[in-house]
Design a protein around this ligand. Structure first.
Ligand SMILES: [Zn+2]
Length: 323
């Protein structure tokens, strides 16, 4: 259990991890096995760090050249057959599930999608994903798809007409839209067209570390103004220009977002299980207490709790579907 300065226990909500990808690549991995070393986020680490809610992303690797809807279904099958299989974990699909998890003893899991490529403008697919529990969608990975351009797409375009229709469809269904990985133009298209607040589940501040996946100050301000959230991510090359990173350097990103007025908008999006080289002492979910303790040196308990879970909680409480 994590303790902040006042001795209160702290819980965590993590907006992004790639556990499903690892389990897709290696079907032998058991999420519940004690000392499961293949996964940064495993059940044992979740319990050790008091992670209350974990988001699980469906991320199809680049090796799948033409992603199909079936590929999403394979991931969703892994989620329901290997993770959401017992009374230890509740799948959160709406506000009442959220409150039930927050007030109870079980861990909550939210299914998300990173890369809408295989939806391919099929509104039926979007609706089916919703019915299967997907509640947050990052429209692109790094490159372009039918809906929008990602951050590494050379032409630096924005959303297509179909993509803009998709934004509305997600808004209408109650699927939260995630701006991480979008090109700068796509980011602004999303900010302009989404009627609901948007998030960046795993992106840091470009002013602190000049990686293209990080957000510029005006983007961070736009997220804040729209009531969105920015998920601080633990990928070392998004944390520090040197490529190796410390928790202190990660906190510089938090400090920067706070300086832009985002104290209530900073959340966590570890991206654990999506990268190999780690921040020292923040190498897996079981080490979240190191982050909590260092944050406690600079911020009040209440503010630390905001970063670690309250800011995500208040967001989901208003932006998940009611029932
Ligand atoms: Zn990602």
């Amino acid at each position: 259990m994590l303790l902040v300065r006042g001795g209160n226990s702290v819980i965590i909500i993590d907006g992004h991890c790639d556990v499903l990808w690892k389990m897709y690549e290696n079907p032998l991995i058991n999420f519940y096995e004690p000392q499961q070393a293949e996964l940064d986020v495993n059940y044992e680490n979740i319990i050790r760090s008091g992670v209350k809610i974990q988001c699980f992303a469906i991320y199809l690797p680049e090796s799948i050249k033409q992603p199909k809807f079936d590929d999403y279904l394979e991931y969703i099958n892994i989620f329901y057959q290997k993770i959401a299989i017992n009374d230890k974990l509740t799948v959160i699909k709406n506000q009442s599930d959220l409150l039930q998890v927050m007030n109870g003893t079980k861990v909550g899991a939210i299914l998300t999608l990173e890369g809408a490529d295989a939806i391919n403008d099929h509104s039926l697919y979007t609706q089916i994903l919703y019915h299967l529990g997907v509640r947050m969608i990052g429209v692109t990975w790094n490159y372009a798809n039918w809906a929008a351009d990602g951050i590494l797409e050379a032409r630096k375009g924005g959303f297509s007409k179909k993509g803009k229709r998709f934004i509305k469809e997600c808004n209408d269904l109650g699927i939260i839209l995630d701006a991480s990985h979008l090109s700068v133009r796509s980011f602004w298209d999303l900010a302009d067209h989404s009627s609901s607040p948007i998030v960046a589940t795993h992106s840091n501040a470009e002013a602190v570390c000049k990686h293209p996946r990080n957000l510029k100050d005006d983007q961070i301000r736009a997220l804040i103004i729209k009531g969105g959230r920015i998920g601080m991510t633990f990928v070392p090359w998004f944390v520090s220009d040197a490529g190796t990173a410390s928790i202190a350097q990660l906190i510089k990103h938090i400090e920067h977002v706070c300086a832009l007025g985002g104290e209530k908008h900073v959340v966590l999006g570890s991206d654990f299980d999506g990268f190999d080289k780690k921040i020292t002492d923040l190498e897996h979910t079981g080490q979240m207490d190191n982050l909590a303790q260092q944050l406690s040196r600079f911020y009040s308990d209440q503010t630390v709790e905001g970063f670690l879970y309250r800011n995500w909680f208040s967001f989901f409480k208003t932006n998940l579907p009611v029932s």
